[in-house]
Design a protein around this ligand. Structure first.
Ligand code: NDP
Length: 387
């Protein structure tokens, strides 16, 4: 029998990879809900193609366009923040949480509170909510399947093992497109250069996060929540080929690694089929052609984001949500050409210095921290001297 699926963030890069797999396994899935923010035409076309029952735009101003594009299709259209959460709360077998940023938190939590199975790509939601989300998962009997390639790799390497036997988890990082650049060149990096990732094709925000290495910082925090082995057992190594997606070392010094092509359809397929396996259209990994796998320690002088993220999760409380909010504000400003590349991490660090709040105890607390931190980050953007 076909399994039901909702994709939150269907018009994005993860959404496209997910729907590509569904298209190739048409009989196995019934698409219930597809969402976007405002890409109404694209969303309507996908909803029609996949025979979705519901299509939702997060931005209510785009609902009229969505309705018009769906007219005569019988697909129910809705819009706005509440509609997005209602859609995420509808019962389905699998929810792919692929909205970018903390904007995905409330819909993801709606799916969690329904006790659903969630393929979690939206790392910013978990970074911001941390324990609040993890407790809700336990309380409502939900299942989080890590979709981020590194976390999916760790999840696979942990299969059948006792987490108490883990000596170390190593997150691999490609190092991003600016990995070999000098400090001076990095300071002058343009949005076009920062999003030109050598190995992965991704949305603009995560591409910039890869260039600053904040993506790895966010992933470090994400890993801490998903795999509670203790921060001292979480490490990062730069591995430019992106062939090994992460590793788990056990106390007997045996290390398991997960390898695969740099294509998000691999971890997404692992979540969709979990605990079974499914075909993907990808070529087999050809290690002889790849030839060399290399590894380097992160350079936190040129790329301070991993240090800032580590300090934020060590500090705990409101710091991770603050870090994430400030980063979203700064990345948006960088992509719009309003601020230089190196200001992104400077603004994050400055916001963490200027703003503190009690640890969040609910999703509402997290959203309050998120919006207050954004105000401080915008002020920091305006007032921080150029770096
Ligand atoms: P994209 O920018 O490509 O897509 C984002 C999606 O979210 C789009 O559907 C967009 O709709 C929707 N969206 C954006 N803002 C809002 C909002 N305010 N309310 C509701 N929906 C919104 O992002 P990616 O697919 O690259 O990334 C999605 C998530 O997955 C991120 O958290 C990222 O870190 C994570 N991830 C991505 C990977 C990748 O390879 N791309 C790898 C690992 C994790 P619209 O089209 O209308 O703007």
């Amino acid at each position: 029998m076909a399994r039901t699926l909702s994709v939150l963030g269907a018009t994005g890069s993860i959404g496209a990879s997910t729907l590509d797999l569904i298209r190739r396994n048409w009989d196995d899935w019934q698409v219930d809900t597809l969402t976007a923010n405002c890409s109404a035409q694209e969303l309507a076309a996908l909803a029609r193609e996949f025979g979705a029952r519901h299509a939702v735009v997060g931005d209510e101003a785009c609902l009229a366009e969505l309705r018009e594009a769906l007219s005569g299709s019988g697909i129910e259209a809705s819009g706005g923040a509440e509609a997005l959460c209602d859609a995420a709360a509808r019962p389905v077998d699998m929810t792919v949480a692929a909205i970018v940023g903390c904007a995905g938190l409330a819909p993801t939590m709606a799916a969690v509170r329904r006790g659903g199975t969630i393929a979690l790509a939206n790392k910013e939601a978990l970074v911001s909510a941390g324990e609040v989300m993890i407790s809700a998962v336990a309380q409502h009997g939900a299942t989080l399947l890590p979709t981020d390639s590194e976390h999916n790799a760790i999840f696979q390497c942990l299969a059948g093992s006792d987490i108490a036997d883990v000596a170390r988890i190593t997150l691999t990082a490609s190092g991003g497109p600016l990995r070999t650049w000098s400090q001076e060149r990095i300071a002058a990096a343009t949005p076009e250069q920062a999003v030109a990732h050598p190995n992965w094709s991704m949305g603009a925000k995560i591409s910039v996060d890869s260039a600053t290495m904040m993506n790895k910082g966010l992933e470090y925090i994400e890993a801490h929540h998903l795999f509670p082995v203790g921060l001292d057992r979480l490490k990062i190594v730069v591995h430019p080929q992106s062939v090994i997606h992460s590793m788990v070392e056990y106390r007997d010094r045996s290390t398991l690694a997960q390898l695969g092509p740099s294509d998000m359809r691999v971890p997404i397929a692992s979540c969709l089929a979990y605990p079974a396996r499914m075909e993907t259209p990808l070529e087999p990994l050809d290690l002889a052609t790849i030839g060399e796998l290399t590894f380097f320690a992160p350079d936190e002088d040129r790329f301070p984001a991993t240090r800032i993220a580590r300090e934020a999760i060590e500090a705990g409380g409101a710091a991770p949500a603050t870090l994430n909010a400030a980063n979203e504000v700064a990345v948006e400003a960088f992509l719009a050409g309003h601020t230089p590349f190196t200001r992104i991490t400077a603004v994050v660090e400055e916001t963490l210095r200027r703003y503190s709040a009690p640890a969040p105890r609910s999703m509402e607390d997290v959203l309050t921290i998120d919006s207050e931190a954004r105000v401080h980050a915008r002020t920091a953007l305006e007032t921080l001297s150029l770096v």
